[in-house]
Design a protein around this ligand. Structure first.
Ligand SMILES: Nc1ncnc2c1ncn2[C@@H]1O[C@H](COP(=O)(O)OP(=O)(O)OP(=O)(O)O)[C@@H](O)[C@H]1O
Ligand SMILES: [Mg+2]
Length: 604
C-alpha cells in the first residue's frame, strides 16, 4: 500500500466538463429550492421587462413621433401613454432586479457557509495519514479561496447566466419577429463566435485551477513559517523565508497572469466578433430603411434587441469564465469531501460492557505495523503484550524505537497491517471509535495548548467538567500553584500554542487535561520530560494516586521515572527485547542495565 497525496487531481477530473463538475454542488443547493424559485421568478419578471423596452421604444418612435406633425390629440395621448408605460416597466425592472439580487446573494452566502462547514467537518474526521500528506495551508486555502469562488458562482454567476440566457433567447426571438432576414444573417455570424469562446474557455479553466493551486502553495509556506517564528528568527532565516514566500507568491502571480491573459484574449475575440457581426447587419438594415423597406422605429427596435443579444452573449462568455474557475474550485472541494478516512467506526460497533473499575485490559498479539508513507520500514514488529487491568507498564528504548507509534496504534490513529490490539478483549477495529477514545487519556510527546485560558485548556479533557473539577485535576497534576500565580489565575490567556508558558508548565496542563478525563487507560508519552526533579516528583506522586483504578502506560527516557512501574518493557527497533521489573532487568544485564548504567553514571 503506498500513500497517494489526497488532494492530487485525478486525470479524469481534469477532462470532466465544466457543467458536470458544478453538478456536484447540487446537494448543497437542494435545501434551498424555494429561494431559488423566488429568485427565478424575479429573474423572469426582470428579463420580461427588459425585453419589452425596445418594443415600447418602437411604439414611441413610429406611432408617437412620426405622427406628431399631425398635431392631433391622439398622437399626444399616445406619447403620454407610451412614456407612462415605459416608466412602469422601469419600476417593475427595478423591483424585480433588487429582489433577484437579494435572493441570489443570500443563496451565495448561505451555500458557501454550508460548504465551508461540510468541508471543515469532513477534514476533522480524517485519519492522521491525511494530515501527513496534506499541508494545513492547503486545506485552509480550500476553505477560504475555493469556497469564495463558489460563492461568486452561486451568488451571482448563476443568476447572471440565467438572466442573460433568457435575454439571449428572448432577444433572438424578438429579432426574428422584427426582421427575419436581418435576424438570420446576424445569427449566422454569431454562430461563428461560439467556437473560439468554447476553445479558449477550456484553457482558462485549466489555468484557473493551476492558479488556485499556487495560492494554496503560498499559504502553506506562510502557515508553516508563522507557526515557527522563534526558530526562524533564532536561525536568522527571516530574509530567506521572505524570499521563499516571495517566490511562491510570484509563482502564483505568474499563473494568475497566464489566466488573465487568456481571459483578456477571450474577451477581445468575443467582443470583436460579436460587434463586428452586429455592425455589419446594422449596415444592411440602414440600407433597408433608406430604400423604404423598413420603418425607422423598426430598425430602432432591432438595434435595441441586437444590443441586448450582444450584451447577453458578452456577459455569458464572462460568466462562463467565472463558472470555469468555480468548476475548478468545486472539483477540489468535492475531492476533499469524497475522501474516506480508513479509520472509521464499524457499521455495527461492539460496545464495551465492563465498567473497567480497575482499569482497562489491553492485549497486543503479533502486532506489526509500518507507516503508510514508509511501506518498507516496520515501525513495530511482532509485538506481543498483555497488560492487566490496573497495571502500570513503563516503556523504554532508544529514540525512534517505536514507542510513540505503539500509542498511536492503541488510540487507533492507524490500523496495524498484522496482528491485533484488543481492549477489554474487543478488537479496536470493532469498537466505536469515539467510545474507544473516550476510554483513553493521553499526554502526548508534544503538548498542545490552545489559544484559550488555563481553565478552558484543561477543560478540553472533558468539556462538561465544572470549574471545581478542573481545579482538582490541576492540583493532581501539580499545576495549580503556577496557574494561580499567572496574572489572571485560571482565566489567564495562555497565548497561541501556549507561547506564554514554559515547557514544564505546558506538560502539567496536558497532564491535568488527561486526568480530568478520568480515563481507564492512561498513555503518558514523555509526560514529565520537561520537568525539573522537584516538579517531576510532585507530578509522579500525583500520577501514582491517579493511577488507582486505571491502567497506565508510561514512555520515559529517564529511568528514575520508570523504576516504580510494575513492569518495564524495553523496545529496540520496533521489537520488544526485554521485559521485567527494574531489579530483574538490572540482573539480566542486558539493554536496560546498559541504559541504567549510563544514566546513573551521568547523574553521579
Ligand atoms: N508519521 C510517520 N510517518 C512515517 N514514519 C514515522 C512516522 N512517525 C514516526 N515514524 C518513524 O517510525 C519510527 C518509530 O517512531 P516513534 O515515534 O514511535 O519513535 P519513539 O520510540 O517514540 O522515539 P522518541 O523516543 O524519539 O520519541 C521512527 O523510525 C520514525 O522515523
Ligand atoms: Mg516518541
Amino acid at each position: 500500500m503506498t500513500a497517494t497525496p489526497p488532494i492530487e487531481p485525478s486525470e479524469t477530473a481534469h477532462t470532466r466538463s465544466t457543467l458536470a463538475t458544478l453538478k456536484g454542488l447540487l446537494p448543497f443547493l437542494r435545501p434551498y429550492r424555494r429561494q431559488f424559485l423566488f429568485a427565478g421568478l424575479a429573474l423572469l419578471i426582470a428579463a420580461g421587462a427588459t425585453l419589452s423596452i425596445p418594443y415600447a421604444f418602437r411604439q414611441m418612435i413610429d406611432l408617437g413621433f412620426s405622427k406628431i406633425g399631425d398635431a392631433n390629440a391622439h398622437g399626444i395621448d399616445h406619447v403620454n401613454l407610451t412614456f407612462l408605460g415605459l416608466f412602469g416597466l422601469a419600476v417593475l425592472l427595478g423591483f424585480a432586479t433588487a429582489a433577484r439580487f437579494y435572493m441570489v446573494s443570500w443563496l451565495g452566502e448561505r451555500v458557501t457557509a454550508d460548504i465551508r462547514n461540510a468541508v471543515y467537518g469532513h477534514v476533522l474526521q480524517q485519519s492522521p495519514e491525511f494530515f501527513e500528506t496534506t499541508k494545513t495551508g492547503e486545506v485552509l486555502s480550500r476553505l477560504s479561496t475555493d469556497t469564495t469562488l463558489i460563492q461568486s458562482v452561486v451568488g451571482t454567476s448563476i443568476s447572471l447566466a440565467l438572466r442573460n440566457s433568457l435575454l439571449l433567447v428572448g432577444g433572438l426571438i424578438m429579432l426574428f419577429v422584427t426582421s427575419p432576414i436581418l435576424a438570420s444573417t446576424i445569427i449566422l455570424m454569431l454562430a461563428l463566435v461560439v467556437l473560439p469562446i468554447v476553445l479558449f474557455g477550456r484553457r482558462v479553466r485549466k489555468l484557473s485551477r493551476d492558479s488556485q493551486d499556487r495560492i494554496a502553495d503560498s499559504s502553506a509556506v506562510a502557515g508553516e513559517i508563522l507557526n515557527a517564528m522563534p526558530t526562524v528568527q533564532a536561525f536568522t532565516h527571516e530574509l530567506i523565508e521572505t524570499e521563499r514566500y516571495l517566490s511562491s507568491v510570484e509563482a502564483a502571480f505568474a499563473t494568475a497572469m497566464r489566466r488573465i491573459r487568456a481571459r483578456s484574449l477571450l474577451t477581445l475575440i468575443a467582443i470583436l466578433l460579436i460587434f463586428g457581426a452586429i455592425v455589419f447587419v446594422l449596415w444592411l438594415g440602414a440600407h433597408a430603411v433608406v430604400q423604404g423597406e423598413m420603418s425607422g422605429g423598426k430598425l430602432g427596435q432591432f438595434i435595441l434587441y441586437a444590443s441586448i443579444v450582444a450584451g447577453s452573449i458578452g456577459a455569458l462568455s464572462e460568466v462562463l469564465g467565472e463558472a470555469q474557475r468555480a468548476a475548478g474550485a468545486t472539483e477540489r472541494l468535492l475531492e476533499l469531501l469524497s475522501l474516506q478516512s480508513s479509520i472509521v467506526s464499524p457499521p455495527t460497533a461492539t460496545a464495551i460492557t465492563s465498567t473497567m473499575e480497575k482499569g482497562a485490559t489491553l492485549d497486543l498479539e503479533g502486532l506489526s505495523f509500518h507507516y503508510p508513507s514508509r511501506p518498507n520500514h516496520a515501525a513495530l514488529h511482532q509485538i506481543d503484550l498483555h497488560i492487566a487491568a490496573g497495571e502500570t507498564v513503563a516503556i523504554v528504548g532508544a529514540s525512534g524505537a517505536g514507542k510513540t507509534t505503539l500509542f498511536q496504534l492503541i488510540c487507533r490513529f492507524y490500523d496495524p497491517q498484522q496482528g491485533s490490539i484488543k481492549l477489554e478483549n474487543i478488537a479496536l477495529a470493532q469498537l466505536d471509535l469515539q467510545s474507544l477514545r473516550e476510554v483513553i487519556g493521553i499526554v502526548p510527546q508534544d503538548t498542545v495548548i490552545f489559544s484559550a485560558n488555563a481553565l478552558e485548556n484543561i477543560r478540553y479533557g472533558r468539556s462538561k467538567a465544572s470549574d471545581e473539577e478542573v481545579i482538582h485535576a490541576a492540583k493532581l497534576a501539580a499545576a495549580h500553584e503556577f496557574i494561580e500565580r499567572l496574572p489572571e489565575g485560571y482565566h489567564s490567556f495562555l497565548g497561541e500554542r501556549g507561547v506564554r508558558l514554559s515547557g514544564g508548565q505546558k506538560q502539567r496542563i496536558a497532564i491535568a487535561r488527561a486526568l480530568l478525563k478520568n480515563p481507564r487507560l492512561m498513555l503518558l508519552d514523555e509526560a514529565t520530560s520537561a520537568l525539573d526533579a522537584e516538579s517531576e516528583r510532585l507530578v509522579q506522586q500525583a500520577l501514582e494516586t491517579a493511577m488507582q483504578g486505571r491502567t497506565t502506560l508510561i514512555i520515559a527516557h529517564r529511568l528514575a521515572t520508570v523504576k516504580k512501574a510494575d513492569r518495564i518493557i524495553v523496545f529496540e527497533h520496533g521489537r520488544i527485547v526485554e521485559t521485567g521489573t527494574h531489579a530483574s532487568l538490572i540482573e539480566q544485564d542486558g539493554v536496560y542495565a546498559h541504559l541504567a548504567r549510563l544514566q546513573f553514571q551521568l547523574h553521579d
